[in-house]
Design a protein around this ligand. Structure first.
Ligand SMILES: Cc1cc2nc3c(=O)[nH]c(=O)nc-3n(C[C@H](O)[C@H](O)[C@H](O)COP(=O)(O)O)c2cc1C
Length: 209
């Protein structure tokens, strides 16, 4: 074990009882602390085949055998009905996770605003789509990596509640030139991540150890 760096042992902390905070403050402090978070920009099929697009940064690799990805859908602010993405993936049993390239930050933020289920964020915000190979939900052109997923399961957590949507990757698309022997060139990929509030980060230093 390395000895602590000079000053580490003297660091003082503010200890916070999360249960004593308001929900808004709990959200603020947790989403400010667990950073940077990659963003699953999820396309799903709404009523009449409309293409819904919404970002989710509570997003994680859950398994590699098989490849399972999960993202957590919280309650609608102040509302009782479920977010469109949750309704759509439960109805259609499939969705696409599009990774977010640099330059999309503003439009991703706009896509997170509330639109009625019959409005396509993809059309409204000018995202071009590409057909998927294994499922009916289209991918977003311009995203450098996309995962076609079928719905594996939905798990419920917390009081609000939150729904962890688990997708089984049935096809993965990687922009040409990004990968060699399955190793992805992170610099060329350059995905955007979310930090607290309306703030996003791009790749900074890469430290090889
Ligand atoms: C970058 C970003 C990340 C977000 N991550 C989440 C998340 O992980 N879970 C969630 O419930 N909402 C998240 N949101 C909010 C949703 O995108 C928002 O509620 C959206 O309106 C849901 O759209 P839908 O009703 O079409 O599914 C995020 C918003 C932004 C801008």
């Amino acid at each position: 074990m390395n000895p602590p760096a000079v000053g580490e042992a003297e660091q003082r902390f503010e200890s916070i009882d999360l249960a004593a905070l308001t929900r808004a403050d709990r959200y603020k402090i947790l989403t400010g602390a667990v950073i940077p978070r990659p963003i699953a920009f999820v396309t799903s099929l709404g009523p009449g085949g409309i293409v819904n697009a919404a970002p989710f940064s509570q997003f994680v690799i859950l398994a590699v055998d098989p490849g399972l990805l999960g993202f957590s859908v919280g309650p609608r602010p102040g509302g009782s009905d479920a977010k469109d993405t949750l309704v759509n993936v439960q109805r259609a049993g499939e969705f696409v996770i599009n990774m977010v390239p640099e330059g999309w930050e503003q439009r991703v933020q706009q896509a997170s605003e509330e639109y009625p289920p019959d409005v396509s964020e993809a059309d409204l915000l000018g995202f071009a789509t590409l057909p998927s190979r294994r499922i009916a939900t289209p991918r977003l052109a311009g995203s450098k990596i996309q995962f076609e997923c079928t719905l594996d399961q939905v798990l419920q957590f917390g009081d609000a509640p939150n729904h962890l949507v688990v997708g089984r990757i049935v096809e993965m698309h990687v922009a040409e030139g990004l990968t060699q022997n399955c190793r992805i060139d992170a610099r060329a990929y350059a995905p955007v991540a979310r930090i607290g509030g309306r703030n996003y980060v791009r790749l900074g230093d890469i430290v090889e150890v």
